[in-house]
Design a protein around this ligand. Structure first.
Ligand SMILES: [Cu+2]
Length: 159
């Protein structure tokens, strides 16, 4: 009897875990942000220096929706990389240059003006750059992360 109970408890735990993995926590409060309320901070160490980040919603580390903006300075490059989750990019201002592949190649990318949208599946190798200051909005469901195709491109390794 006790043994059956333990098995049942274990099964319930596993099911709860599976359910948690499948359905991320949904937001319960409304977020309303006007452009003057966007709070820019220095970008995270996973990005080449010079980028600014503004979190609009959520937290990349959690299994929940998030939205953020990145302000790429002029002549900024993000080497080839991939993410464990999808990346949805909406161009807000400037021109976002984006391409697919294992190595940043300006010949392999193309310009995306404001209003453009790019959705990149998980684990897809891609790269980006900006010639002028450019703001993009990124939204997805966490947990997020960034892995550089060439580990020597990872700014976290250059300390
Ligand atoms: Cu990316």
């Amino acid at each position: 009897m006790l043994r059956n109970f333990s098995l049942l408890a274990l099964l319930l735990l596993v099911m709860a875990g599976a359910a948690a993995g499948q359905s991320p926590a949904m937001p319960t409060s409304t977020i309303m942000v006007t452009p003057d309320q966007v709070k820019w901070m220095d970008g995270p160490p996973a990005f080449p220096p010079g980028v600014k980040i503004a979190m609009l919603e959520g937290n990349m580390a959690q299994a929940a929706p998030y939205a953020l903006r990145l302000m790429l300075p002029a002549n900024y490059k993000v080497p080839a990389h991939f993410h464990p989750n999808m990346e949805h990019v909406t161009v807000i201002s400037g021109t976002f240059y984006f391409g697919l592949g294992n190595k940043l190649s300006e010949a392999e990318g193309k310009p995306f003006p404001p209003g453009s949208f790019v959705a990149v599946p998980a684990n897809t190798r891609h790269f980006a750059w900006a010639k002028e200051e450019t703001v993009v909005q990124i939204h997805s469901v966490g947990p997020g992360g960034i892995t550089y195709v060439d580990p020597s491109d990872d700014p976290r390794m250059k300390k």
